[in-house]
Design a protein around this ligand. Structure first.
Ligand SMILES: C[S@@+](CC[C@H](N)C(=O)[O-])C[C@H]1O[C@@H](n2cnc3c(N)ncnc32)[C@H](O)[C@@H]1O
Length: 288
């Protein structure tokens, strides 16, 4: 695979290099991907039950922000085609939407056109966005995004510096760290995934990649290994994230739920109370 060159950040640490490779893999993937194909692989957009859960949390987060700001400012990182930007705009927030893929942002611009000045769209790597420390946000939202960033803890540390005094970090749709998910749920989730994946083409390639990764081999120059970075490794560490926020005087809660691409398995998993995915809401508490 060809990896496009992009300017190296200052102090070229290993994590930054891996973050840039993953960002480019996302740019290549999402530019090439039709919105319809994306939605079919995005449980949080595809299933009404997950859209409802998400909507409920968005309203809670927005209502909390309204207690401290007349016009809440939202930063949507990895905004994609605007599935999160739109509800916040509809509630009356001012939104800055950032994504590395212009293809995705074109769809967002169309979808959110009517909001005019309430929306600012930036096509850039979020690592550049987060270098601007003077802008402060009441909500930083990440939907189906944390697992795309290799050094997500590094990113979260940067996000904290751009939050307003009662600012909230709100993330939705990331895989729970795999060793915290029960064996039965893990097996059921994999079965659900395969039942959906088998109709998506390149089945043999998918199986070969699975076998390679089961042997602990991840390739830097393979697109699939870099796009959904933590989905194909060990999920996202919800405990680590919550511990970080609590140590930094945030109120933090994790909301676990079940999510899969399969229309058949989604209601079953949810009905029996399985959990393989999480949202997290952390609110800054000013220190006296
Ligand atoms: C799974 S999509 C989620 C899109 C949207 N938030 C949603 O919920 O539908 C992940 C998005 O993150 C973007 N992305 C990945 N790495 C990025 C980075 N380093 N900087 C900016 N955007 C990035 C991708 O281009 C893609 O649009």
């Amino acid at each position: 695979m060809i990896v496009k060159e992009m300017p190296a950040p200052k102090g070229d640490r290993m994590d930054e290099r891996i973050n840039r490779i993953a960002a480019l893999a996302n740019d290549l993937t999402y530019n090439a991907e039709a919105t319809k194909t994306y939605i079919d692989g995005a449980p949080h957009i595809k299933h009404a039950s997950l859209r409802t859960l998400y909507g409920k949390l968005v309203v809670q987060v927005f209502d909390d922000a309204k207690k401290h700001a007349n016009l809440p400012k939202v930063l949507d990182l990895g905004a994609g085609e605007g599935s999160v930007t739109l509800p916040f705009l509809e509630l009356g927030a001012k939104v800055v939407a950032v994504d590395i893929s212009n293809g995705q942002l074109d769809a967002l611009r169309v979808k959110c056109e009517r909001f005019g000045d309430m929306l600012e769209v930036r096509c850039e790597d979020i690592n550049i966005t987060l270098k601007h420390k003077s802008a402060k946000y009441d909500i930083v939202v990440l939907n189906s995004f944390l697992h795309h960033v290799p050094d997500y803890m590094g990113m979260i540390k940067e996000i904290v510096t751009v939050l307003s005094p009662y600012g909230q970090f709100f993330s939705f749709q990331d895989p729970l760290r795999y060793d915290t998910v029960g064996k039965a749920t893990m097996t059921f989730s994999q079965l659900a995934y395969f039942s959906w994946r088998v109709f998506r083409g390149d089945v043999l390639g998918g199986i070969k990649r699975r076998i390679r990764r089961a042997r602990g081999i991840y390739l830097e120059d393979v697109l699939h290994d870099n796009v959904e970075y933590h989905v194909i490794r060990n999920g996202v560490d919800q405990e680590d994230i919550c511990e970080f926020f609590r140590e930094h005087d945030f109120d933090c809660r994790v909301v676990p739920y079940f999510s899969t691409q399969s229309r058949l398995f989604q209601p079953i998993g949810a009905l029996v109370g399985m959990k393989n995915t999480f949202a997290i809401i952390a609110q800054k508490q000013p220190v006296n």
